[in-house]
Ligand binder design. Structure first.
Ligand code: BV8
Length: 248
């Protein structure tokens, strides 16, 4: 996209912004080769819906199946790289007085692209925690049993992510609400705006008068609340937007 494609109003608003908040979803990682949550599952996992596996009930019912699904996803994340959209957000952070990056993604790609202080609303698939104590476990004995057992209490280990039906981490939610309530500009990038409570943040920002910018190839429930709707892939739009707003 060229500079001509962006509204002069958007460019001047971003240049003047003191606090930009950004909410990202699986769409930001699509161009890294990670299928979005609503893309069809592949291979062995094609028979399952993510919503049916990403729950405490699924883990209780079949801990090995859920552990193996996350182990497969962890392996896939380790083989991909951040894309131009991730890097553009790390650059934006350098250009703005205050920048809050809230992500629903669990792949850690924002951090690998250089973003700091990332607020992980749904946890991080590269971390593992004890299913009983809730503490992050870095090392465990591989006995061939899956899921492996907590070295402290012997309970099964699980991914350190927020499953459907589970509360979001309190600190992350407080930080996300604070950023939403104080930012000048709220970006919603690569999310279908369906999963709560993250999906409400854009509407809250819009209702309090922040400028809301949506970046998504398709229309979502947030689009009608957005001040600017940039329709296209994040990996194309974001680098072009950075160049247009901060050319030096
Ligand atoms: C909770 C971690 C208290 C696990 C995930 C209020 C109303 C209705 C329902 C609820 C509600 N409150 C709670 C619920 C229930 C539930 C919920 O929201 N259900 C939905 C489905 C209706 N929420 C919860 O359970 C949350 N907990 O609120 O606790 C509570 C509990 C029960 C009842 C009441 C209160 C916990 C939610 C967290 C779940 N964990 N992930 C894992 O990853 O395995 S959510 C999962 O979905 C991922 O984190 C993912 O990021 C997230 C959201 O999906 P998106 O990121 O938006 O991805 P999606 O595929 O949907 O869309 C991709 C988008 O990208 C598309 O729009 C596409 O067009 C776009 N795109 C594609 N390519 C590109 C692109 N955009 C830009 N560039 C591209 N190249």
């Amino acid at each position: 996209m060229s500079m001509a494609e962006f509204s002069p109003d958007l460019i001047s608003i971003l240049r003047a912004a003191q606090h930009i908040a950004v909410l990202t979803g699986a769409g930001v990682s699509a161009e890294s080769g990670i299928p979005t949550f609503r893309d069809a599952q592949v291979g062995l996992w094609a028979q399952y819906r993510p919503e049916d596996l990403a729950t405490p009930e699924a883990f209780l019912r079949n801990p090995k199946l859920v552990w193996d699904w996350y182990a497969w996803r962890r392996g896939r994340v380790s083989q991909v790289q951040p894309n131009a959209g991730h890097y553009a957000l790390a650059q934006m952070q350098q250009r703005v007085a205050q920048f809050s990056l809230l992500t629903q993604n669990v792949d850690g790609l924002h951090q690998r692209a250089g973003s700091v202080g990332v607020i992980e609303l749904h946890g991080n698939i590269t971390r593992v925690k004890c299913s009983r104590e809730g503490i992050v476990i870095d090392r465990w004995e591989e006995t061939g049993e899956t899921p492996p057992r907590c070295p402290h209490c012997g309970a099964g280990l699980r991914p350190d992510v927020v499953w459907f039906g589970e509360m979001l981490p309190r600190e992350a939610l407080l930080a996300a609400n604070a950023a939403t309530n104080t930012c000048d500009v709220f970006f919603s990038i690569g999310t279908s705006s369906l999963v709560e409570p993250a999906a409400s943040l854009g509407r809250v920002a819009s209702h309090r008068g922040a400028t809301v910018v949506e970046v998504n190839p398709t229309v979502t429930p947030l689009t009608t609340h957005a001040t600017f709707s940039l329709q296209g892939p994040a990996g194309v739009i974001l680098p072009a937007l950075i160049k247009a707003v901060w050319p030096s």
